[in-house]
Design a protein around this ligand. Structure first.
Ligand code: ADP
Ligand code: MG
Length: 224
């Protein structure tokens, strides 16, 4: 599913790794172990395309859904907790917006019959994909995941900046999990999490049917 071949990376004049080869198969859970500064984060950044390798290739199917969870919570200000999680699935967001636009066009009294036909066809395709991606229960899934992470429905409408650091981290995690990815890349996911969240995440990842490529200093977590 993910295929890495002949991968080398030089950083600041230092060769971090050279001619690395490995595969990750569907459903496989792989742990990456190595001392600080050996290039684990760099390898993840190469896979998600944020860095370029010196040599080698990284390939995966076009339709593979890959998400990356890092210590970096990113920019989420101004949105509610639920909105942030919903925005995690960018394709569903896009389809939702398109469907709205198509609806508006169909309400236009000046629309020509040809245009109407064309809009109806595109709308049908968007509708089919939206259903295939479980767009209708995205919100239910988002709420379930937030609640599972200890953020209860009463707080789903609260703005992200009103949450403390640890809680923001859980919201970032929920945004990754809602995509239902084929492959989750996790860089030290347990670093800012308390024990309760770690246990919840452990269970979630154990039941997760997709692949995981992860690094963590928490050996216990990795083994489970
Ligand atoms: N953007 C960068 N420019 C120069 N050096 C970097 C950059 N990013 C990381 N490094 C260096 O590359 C090495 C590997 O870093 P990193 O991939 O973060 O390791 P790890 O995640 O295993 O701790 C470190 O020596 C780090 O200082
Ligand atoms: Mg790192």
């Amino acid at each position: 599913m993910l295929n890495v071949s002949d991968l080398s990376k030089i950083q600041g004049g230092k060769t971090l790794f050279s001619q690395v080869n490995f595969q990750i198969y569907p459903g496989e859970k792989v742990g990456l172990v190595g001392a600080n500064g050996t290039g684990k984060t760099t390898l993840f950044r190469l896979i998600i395309g944020e860095e370029r390798p010196a040599t080698g290739q990284i390939s995966y199917p076009d339709d593979m859904r890959m998400t990356y969870f890092s210590q970096n919570v990113g920019e989420m200000r101004g949105k509610t907790a639920l909105e942030v999680v919903l925005s995690g699935d960018q394709r569903i967001e896009f389809l939702k917006k398109s469907l709205k636009e198509f609806e508006n066009k169909l309400c236009d009294p000046d629309i020509s019959p040809e245009e109407m036909d064309s809009v109806l066809i595109k709308m049908g395709d968007a509708q089919t994909e939206f259903e295939k991606r479980s767009g209708y229960d995205l919100e239910t899934r988002a709420e379930e995941i937030l609640t599972g992470l200890g953020i209860f429905p009463i707080d789903h409408g609260k703005r992200v900046e009103e949450f403390s650091g640890g809680w923001k981290m859980r919201i970032a995690l929920a945004r990754v999990l809602v995509v239902n990815p084929d492959l989750i890349i996790m860089d030290e996911p347990t670093n800012y999490l308390d024990i309760e969240t770690i246990l919840w995440l452990e269970t979630w990842l154990k039941e997760f049917k997709g692949s995981i490529f992860m690094t963590t200093h928490d050996r216990n977590f990795m083994k489970k």
